[in-house]
Design a protein around this ligand. Structure first.
Ligand code: ADP
Ligand code: ZN
Length: 287
Protein backbone atom coordinates (compact mmCIF):
# COMPACT_ATOMS: atom_id res chain seq x y z
CA UNK A 1 0.00 0.00 0.00
CA UNK A 2 1.20 3.51 -0.87
CA UNK A 3 0.34 6.88 0.65
CA UNK A 4 -0.29 10.05 -1.35
CA UNK A 5 -0.73 13.70 -0.43
CA UNK A 6 -1.84 16.51 -2.69
CA UNK A 7 -0.87 19.50 -0.60
CA UNK A 8 -2.76 22.63 -1.64
CA UNK A 9 -3.16 26.12 -0.28
CA UNK A 10 -6.77 25.51 0.72
CA UNK A 11 -6.86 21.76 1.30
CA UNK A 12 -4.70 18.69 1.66
CA UNK A 13 -6.02 15.60 -0.12
CA UNK A 14 -4.65 12.42 1.48
CA UNK A 15 -5.11 8.98 -0.01
CA UNK A 16 -3.90 5.43 0.18
CA UNK A 17 -3.76 3.30 -2.91
CA UNK A 18 -1.66 0.89 -4.88
CA UNK A 19 0.80 0.92 -7.74
CA UNK A 20 -1.94 0.36 -10.31
CA UNK A 21 -3.15 3.87 -9.44
CA UNK A 22 -6.16 2.54 -7.55
CA UNK A 23 -7.26 4.82 -4.72
CA UNK A 24 -8.49 2.81 -1.75
CA UNK A 25 -9.39 5.58 0.67
CA UNK A 26 -9.24 9.35 0.37
CA UNK A 27 -9.90 12.31 2.66
CA UNK A 28 -9.66 16.09 2.55
CA UNK A 29 -8.14 18.18 5.31
CA UNK A 30 -8.32 21.98 5.36
CA UNK A 31 -4.97 23.78 5.13
CA UNK A 32 -4.74 25.77 8.35
CA UNK A 33 -1.54 25.82 10.40
CA UNK A 34 1.16 23.23 9.70
CA UNK A 35 0.71 21.84 13.23
CA UNK A 36 -3.02 21.33 12.90
CA UNK A 37 -3.03 20.12 9.30
CA UNK A 38 -0.09 17.76 9.71
CA UNK A 39 -1.53 16.18 12.84
CA UNK A 40 -4.70 15.26 10.87
CA UNK A 41 -2.54 13.99 8.00
CA UNK A 42 -0.69 11.72 10.41
CA UNK A 43 -3.93 10.54 12.02
CA UNK A 44 -5.13 9.40 8.58
CA UNK A 45 -2.01 7.54 7.45
CA UNK A 46 -1.28 5.84 10.78
CA UNK A 47 -4.20 3.45 10.10
CA UNK A 48 -2.57 1.94 7.01
CA UNK A 49 0.51 -0.22 6.37
CA UNK A 50 2.06 2.20 3.85
CA UNK A 51 5.50 1.49 2.47
CA UNK A 52 6.12 4.95 1.00
CA UNK A 53 4.47 8.37 0.72
CA UNK A 54 4.36 10.67 -2.30
CA UNK A 55 3.73 14.40 -1.93
CA UNK A 56 2.64 16.74 -4.72
CA UNK A 57 2.80 20.15 -3.13
CA UNK A 58 1.96 23.80 -3.70
CA UNK A 59 5.10 25.78 -3.92
CA UNK A 60 7.62 27.00 -4.41
CA UNK A 61 9.30 23.92 -2.93
CA UNK A 62 12.90 22.71 -2.77
CA UNK A 63 13.27 19.65 -5.01
CA UNK A 64 17.05 19.70 -5.37
CA UNK A 65 18.32 16.79 -3.27
CA UNK A 66 21.71 18.47 -2.86
CA UNK A 67 20.15 21.42 -1.07
CA UNK A 68 20.08 21.68 2.72
CA UNK A 69 16.43 22.63 2.36
CA UNK A 70 15.45 19.64 0.22
CA UNK A 71 11.90 18.63 1.13
CA UNK A 72 10.86 22.09 2.27
CA UNK A 73 7.97 24.24 1.16
CA UNK A 74 10.07 27.40 0.77
CA UNK A 75 8.93 30.95 0.08
CA UNK A 76 5.14 30.71 0.21
CA UNK A 77 3.19 33.73 1.50
CA UNK A 78 0.81 31.23 3.17
CA UNK A 79 1.10 31.99 6.92
CA UNK A 80 3.11 29.38 8.86
CA UNK A 81 4.10 27.32 5.83
CA UNK A 82 7.14 29.25 4.70
CA UNK A 83 10.28 27.10 5.19
CA UNK A 84 8.24 24.16 6.37
CA UNK A 85 10.09 20.79 6.13
CA UNK A 86 7.16 18.63 5.05
CA UNK A 87 9.24 15.66 3.85
CA UNK A 88 11.25 15.56 7.07
CA UNK A 89 8.03 15.66 9.14
CA UNK A 90 6.57 12.71 7.25
CA UNK A 91 9.79 10.70 7.41
CA UNK A 92 10.01 11.29 11.16
CA UNK A 93 6.40 10.20 11.66
CA UNK A 94 6.30 7.11 9.42
CA UNK A 95 9.90 6.09 8.77
CA UNK A 96 9.19 5.37 5.07
CA UNK A 97 10.66 6.80 1.85
CA UNK A 98 8.97 10.03 0.75
CA UNK A 99 8.73 11.18 -2.88
CA UNK A 100 8.38 14.93 -3.29
CA UNK A 101 7.50 17.19 -6.18
CA UNK A 102 5.16 20.02 -7.19
CA UNK A 103 1.40 19.51 -7.41
CA UNK A 104 1.47 20.07 -11.17
CA UNK A 105 4.42 17.73 -11.70
CA UNK A 106 2.48 15.08 -9.78
CA UNK A 107 -0.55 15.68 -12.02
CA UNK A 108 1.63 15.43 -15.14
CA UNK A 109 2.98 12.12 -13.84
CA UNK A 110 -0.53 10.82 -13.07
CA UNK A 111 -1.84 11.74 -16.53
CA UNK A 112 1.20 10.25 -18.26
CA UNK A 113 0.97 6.99 -16.34
CA UNK A 114 -2.80 6.44 -16.44
CA UNK A 115 -4.56 9.35 -18.14
CA UNK A 116 -4.72 11.52 -21.25
CA UNK A 117 -0.98 11.19 -21.99
CA UNK A 118 -0.71 7.46 -21.30
CA UNK A 119 1.90 5.84 -23.53
CA UNK A 120 3.51 9.17 -24.46
CA UNK A 121 6.97 10.17 -23.29
CA UNK A 122 6.18 13.87 -23.16
CA UNK A 123 3.30 16.00 -21.99
CA UNK A 124 2.49 19.26 -20.33
CA UNK A 125 -0.02 19.52 -17.49
CA UNK A 126 -1.24 23.03 -16.76
CA UNK A 127 -3.54 24.08 -13.95
CA UNK A 128 -5.53 27.30 -14.20
CA UNK A 129 -7.00 27.84 -10.77
CA UNK A 130 -6.05 30.04 -7.82
CA UNK A 131 -2.66 30.17 -9.47
CA UNK A 132 -1.32 29.00 -12.81
CA UNK A 133 1.37 26.34 -12.89
CA UNK A 134 2.58 23.63 -15.18
CA UNK A 135 4.47 20.38 -14.95
CA UNK A 136 6.24 18.83 -17.90
CA UNK A 137 7.31 15.32 -18.77
CA UNK A 138 10.15 15.46 -21.29
CA UNK A 139 11.67 12.29 -22.74
CA UNK A 140 9.95 10.27 -20.04
CA UNK A 141 11.13 12.33 -17.08
CA UNK A 142 9.75 15.20 -15.06
CA UNK A 143 11.48 18.37 -16.20
CA UNK A 144 13.71 19.70 -13.46
CA UNK A 145 16.77 21.92 -13.48
CA UNK A 146 18.01 24.35 -10.89
CA UNK A 147 14.58 23.88 -9.39
CA UNK A 148 11.12 23.09 -10.72
CA UNK A 149 9.74 25.18 -13.60
CA UNK A 150 7.38 28.08 -12.81
CA UNK A 151 5.62 28.34 -16.15
CA UNK A 152 2.63 30.27 -14.83
CA UNK A 153 4.69 33.43 -14.44
CA UNK A 154 5.74 33.98 -18.04
CA UNK A 155 5.00 37.30 -19.71
CA UNK A 156 2.24 37.59 -22.27
CA UNK A 157 1.18 40.44 -24.55
CA UNK A 158 -1.65 42.42 -23.11
CA UNK A 159 -4.91 42.60 -24.99
CA UNK A 160 -5.18 46.23 -26.23
CA UNK A 161 -8.54 46.66 -24.45
CA UNK A 162 -7.50 45.05 -21.16
CA UNK A 163 -6.78 47.69 -18.55
CA UNK A 164 -6.73 45.35 -15.54
CA UNK A 165 -3.43 45.84 -13.66
CA UNK A 166 -2.82 42.17 -12.88
CA UNK A 167 -2.94 40.09 -9.71
CA UNK A 168 0.56 38.59 -9.35
CA UNK A 169 2.27 40.00 -6.24
CA UNK A 170 5.65 39.49 -7.92
CA UNK A 171 5.10 40.53 -11.56
CA UNK A 172 1.62 42.09 -11.69
CA UNK A 173 0.66 41.28 -15.28
CA UNK A 174 2.39 37.96 -15.91
CA UNK A 175 0.19 35.09 -17.17
CA UNK A 176 -0.96 34.19 -13.63
CA UNK A 177 -1.55 37.88 -12.91
CA UNK A 178 -3.86 38.22 -15.90
CA UNK A 179 -5.50 34.82 -16.28
CA UNK A 180 -5.77 33.01 -12.91
CA UNK A 181 -9.16 32.53 -11.24
CA UNK A 182 -8.59 35.45 -8.82
CA UNK A 183 -7.50 37.67 -11.76
CA UNK A 184 -10.77 36.88 -13.56
CA UNK A 185 -12.71 37.70 -10.40
CA UNK A 186 -10.85 40.99 -9.83
CA UNK A 187 -11.17 42.11 -13.46
CA UNK A 188 -14.84 41.27 -13.99
CA UNK A 189 -16.15 41.67 -10.45
CA UNK A 190 -17.49 38.14 -9.99
CA UNK A 191 -16.14 34.61 -9.64
CA UNK A 192 -15.69 32.58 -12.81
CA UNK A 193 -18.65 30.32 -12.15
CA UNK A 194 -20.89 33.43 -12.05
CA UNK A 195 -19.63 34.62 -15.44
CA UNK A 196 -20.56 31.61 -17.54
CA UNK A 197 -22.61 33.61 -20.10
CA UNK A 198 -20.11 36.45 -20.52
CA UNK A 199 -18.51 35.50 -23.83
CA UNK A 200 -15.85 38.23 -23.58
CA UNK A 201 -14.53 36.81 -20.29
CA UNK A 202 -13.68 33.44 -21.77
CA UNK A 203 -12.49 34.86 -25.06
CA UNK A 204 -9.92 37.01 -23.20
CA UNK A 205 -8.96 34.00 -21.08
CA UNK A 206 -8.28 32.02 -24.26
CA UNK A 207 -6.38 34.98 -25.71
CA UNK A 208 -3.86 34.84 -22.84
CA UNK A 209 -3.68 31.06 -22.48
CA UNK A 210 -3.13 30.59 -26.22
CA UNK A 211 -0.07 32.85 -26.01
CA UNK A 212 1.29 30.80 -23.12
CA UNK A 213 0.64 27.54 -24.96
CA UNK A 214 2.43 28.91 -28.01
CA UNK A 215 5.58 29.49 -25.96
CA UNK A 216 5.37 26.13 -24.22
CA UNK A 217 4.92 24.39 -27.58
CA UNK A 218 7.85 26.25 -29.13
CA UNK A 219 10.15 25.50 -26.21
CA UNK A 220 9.11 22.01 -25.08
CA UNK A 221 7.25 20.50 -28.02
CA UNK A 222 4.97 18.36 -25.84
CA UNK A 223 3.02 15.50 -27.44
CA UNK A 224 -0.07 16.36 -25.40
CA UNK A 225 -1.27 19.40 -23.45
CA UNK A 226 -3.61 18.81 -20.52
CA UNK A 227 -5.42 21.77 -19.00
CA UNK A 228 -6.97 21.34 -15.56
CA UNK A 229 -7.95 23.50 -12.58
CA UNK A 230 -11.18 25.30 -11.69
CA UNK A 231 -11.13 27.85 -14.53
CA UNK A 232 -10.84 25.11 -17.17
CA UNK A 233 -14.23 23.78 -16.06
CA UNK A 234 -15.40 26.48 -18.51
CA UNK A 235 -15.11 24.44 -21.69
CA UNK A 236 -15.52 27.61 -23.74
CA UNK A 237 -11.93 28.48 -22.85
CA UNK A 238 -10.78 25.50 -24.94
CA UNK A 239 -12.77 26.90 -27.87
CA UNK A 240 -11.12 30.31 -27.48
CA UNK A 241 -7.65 28.76 -27.23
CA UNK A 242 -8.32 26.75 -30.38
CA UNK A 243 -9.25 29.99 -32.14
CA UNK A 244 -6.21 32.05 -31.08
CA UNK A 245 -3.44 29.44 -31.09
CA UNK A 246 -3.44 28.72 -34.85
CA UNK A 247 -3.43 32.48 -35.54
CA UNK A 248 -0.40 32.89 -33.30
CA UNK A 249 1.56 29.91 -34.63
CA UNK A 250 0.60 30.83 -38.19
CA UNK A 251 1.36 27.33 -39.51
CA UNK A 252 5.01 27.53 -38.44
CA UNK A 253 4.56 24.39 -36.35
CA UNK A 254 2.37 21.49 -37.42
CA UNK A 255 0.15 20.31 -34.60
CA UNK A 256 -2.27 17.40 -34.32
CA UNK A 257 -6.02 18.12 -34.38
CA UNK A 258 -6.35 20.63 -31.51
CA UNK A 259 -9.41 19.06 -29.87
CA UNK A 260 -7.32 15.92 -29.44
CA UNK A 261 -4.07 17.74 -28.56
CA UNK A 262 -5.26 20.21 -25.91
CA UNK A 263 -7.49 18.27 -23.54
CA UNK A 264 -8.94 18.02 -20.03
CA UNK A 265 -7.35 15.67 -17.50
CA UNK A 266 -8.62 12.13 -18.07
CA UNK A 267 -8.23 11.43 -14.36
CA UNK A 268 -10.30 14.54 -13.60
CA UNK A 269 -9.74 15.86 -10.09
CA UNK A 270 -7.71 12.73 -9.27
CA UNK A 271 -4.77 13.59 -11.56
CA UNK A 272 -2.68 15.09 -8.75
CA UNK A 273 -3.39 12.49 -6.07
CA UNK A 274 -2.81 9.63 -8.53
CA UNK A 275 0.50 11.23 -9.52
CA UNK A 276 1.40 11.52 -5.84
CA UNK A 277 0.84 7.74 -5.57
CA UNK A 278 3.36 7.36 -8.41
CA UNK A 279 5.81 9.64 -6.56
CA UNK A 280 5.45 7.25 -3.61
CA UNK A 281 6.09 4.29 -5.90
CA UNK A 282 9.20 5.97 -7.28
CA UNK A 283 10.46 6.68 -3.76
CA UNK A 284 9.87 3.08 -2.69
CA UNK A 285 11.96 1.85 -5.65
CA UNK A 286 14.84 4.22 -5.15
CA UNK A 287 15.28 3.59 -1.42
P1 ADP B 1 -6.92 25.57 -6.42
O1 ADP B 1 -6.19 26.24 -7.55
O2 ADP B 1 -7.03 26.44 -5.22
O3 ADP B 1 -6.41 24.21 -6.12
P2 ADP B 1 -9.16 25.38 -8.27
O4 ADP B 1 -8.37 24.69 -9.32
O5 ADP B 1 -10.57 24.91 -8.05
O6 ADP B 1 -8.46 25.32 -6.86
O7 ADP B 1 -9.18 26.90 -8.64
C1 ADP B 1 -9.92 27.85 -7.94
C2 ADP B 1 -10.20 29.04 -8.86
O8 ADP B 1 -10.94 28.58 -10.01
C3 ADP B 1 -11.02 30.12 -8.20
O9 ADP B 1 -10.50 31.39 -8.58
C4 ADP B 1 -12.42 29.89 -8.76
O10 ADP B 1 -13.16 31.10 -8.85
C5 ADP B 1 -12.15 29.31 -10.14
N1 ADP B 1 -13.21 28.37 -10.52
C6 ADP B 1 -13.60 27.28 -9.83
N2 ADP B 1 -14.62 26.65 -10.45
C7 ADP B 1 -14.89 27.37 -11.56
C8 ADP B 1 -15.84 27.24 -12.62
N3 ADP B 1 -16.73 26.25 -12.66
N4 ADP B 1 -15.80 28.17 -13.61
C9 ADP B 1 -14.90 29.17 -13.58
N5 ADP B 1 -13.99 29.36 -12.61
C10 ADP B 1 -13.98 28.47 -11.60
ZN1 ZN C 1 3.93 36.30 -11.67
Amino acid sequence: MLGAIEAGGTKFVCAVGDESGKIIEKIQIPTTTPKETMSLVKEFFIKFPIKAIGVGSFGPIEVNEESAKYGYITSTPKPGWSDFPIVQELKAAFNVPVGFNTDVNAAALGETTFGAAKGLDSCLYITVGTGIGAGAIVQGNLLQGLSHPEMGHILVRRHPNDTYAGKCPYHHDCLEGLASGPAIEARWGAKGDQLVDRVEVWDLEGYYLAQALMQYILILSPQKIILGGGVMKQKQVFTAINKYLPELLNKYVTLPELTNYIVSPKLGDNAGITGALMLALGASHSS
